[in-house]
Design a protein around this ligand. Sequence first.
Ligand code: SAM
Ligand code: SF4
Length: 470
Amino acid sequence: MEMGTSIDIRLEKLVNPAGNLAAAAELPEHSGAPARGTFFLETFGCQMNQHDSEKVAGLLLARGYQQVKTPEAAGLILYNTCSIREKAAQKVFSRLGEYRGLKGEGKKIGLLGCVAQQEGEDIFSRAPWVSLVCGSASYRKLPELLAKVEAGELRVTGLDNDTDQTFETEMTRRDNPWRAYLTIIEGCDKSCAYCVVPFTRGPERSRDSSRILADLQQLAEFGYTEVQFLGQTVNSYADPSPRKLRFSELLLEAASVPGIRRIRFTTSHPRDFTPDIIAAMDSNQTICNHVHLPVQSGSTRVLRAMQRTYSRAEYLEKIAMVRGARRRTAITTDVIVGFPGETAADFDDTLSLMDEVRYDGVFSFKYSPRPNTPASSMADAIPEEEKSRRLVLLQEKQRLIQAKTLQSLENEIFEVHVDGKSKKENCWYGHSSCNRVVSLTSTAENLLGAYVQARVTGSTANSLLGEHII
Ligand code: SAM
Ligand code: SF4
């Protein structure tokens, strides 16, 4: 692909309610939308942001824009930002700085996502070359905001954060032709002391179950076989429709949609992780046997200070529930080290919890103070070097645990959904239902999108190696 040409979207699909399938590049001709120029969209942060960007791109394509691969080639440059940790937010401002001169060339620059919501109109003083600032809770207003930007308004904002509305798009430009994200709940009503999400994404809003199931049916018709339900606290889902489906009931209905072979969900909050979810997973193999259950700390004292709403013992009860399932289920987590006041004994509690649970994967972070959060004004900040030291210890422990687990899986057989071809000849990669990455050798000509059986022959630090059983 040459720099600056229209993005290659041969394998990408657009979803719209009329059930049309169209290559994005062709959309301006076929949609009746006037050609409006080009856009470049860069995304920082979590899967929710990745998927929001897929929806924003769909919305722009439907308005007649074409997506390009470089900011230089674009008339409209959009950054979908993350502010979960300070470093992520800083990255956004350095990126904005790089394109400071572009406004003079008639380009428009817009900031979306968590940094946009957090910094609000201050962005215009800090980076006057930006003309649009819009947080995720206002994406539903993007068509009218974009119209203002197109009309030449210089400071357009979408910062309304207190809403019961969700972001519904007619079209979504998906990045993967087989696996699709589907947001079922937006925002967060929890109030973890360290976290910006409730401020940047607004209150919890669940989507109507009938809309979710209709989206799913359409995805199946378009050939998607694996769908991941998304939400900051996905299992806090509360169906606003008269059916009032529980999260576990939604999983079961989703799993029975013809053509759907895998349903995943992330992120689960331990407080709302109830036995009916495990029962649903046990009763229907289409629901993937993987649970991401962030613990954050192994110390009850720190968990209380973090306002996580559970103790170590209560969290371990949830783990026992997952381990007690009929299906062997992979468990992954998030951990923060160096929360204010975390003592050596507290940190030892986190290390011992790792030994006790033996997670299949851990995302670990140094605590980063964030604006407006209760933790940012807490006493007893942990020095940066100590946070780094604890992070290394934790990651080393996890590396050893994971290596042992992966080695123990040798000779086992996994079903792999193949979604990539390695540069190595006859080598493919994909994911198991329990979300392990599996690289496999095969003599088959093309496995992309296929579900295949693979026997494990070895492992690396983070993945399994295997061979295709034909
Ligand atoms: N909603 C999810 C939950 O309840 O665990 C996670 C949302 S957050 C996008 C992903 C992870 O970032 C969190 O689980 C936490 O480990 C980490 N995180 C959030 N705020 C943080 C902060 N201020 N400093 C360091 N890590 C943070
Ligand atoms: Fe942040 Fe806690 Fe909400 Fe997760 S549950 S998004 S960590 S406030």
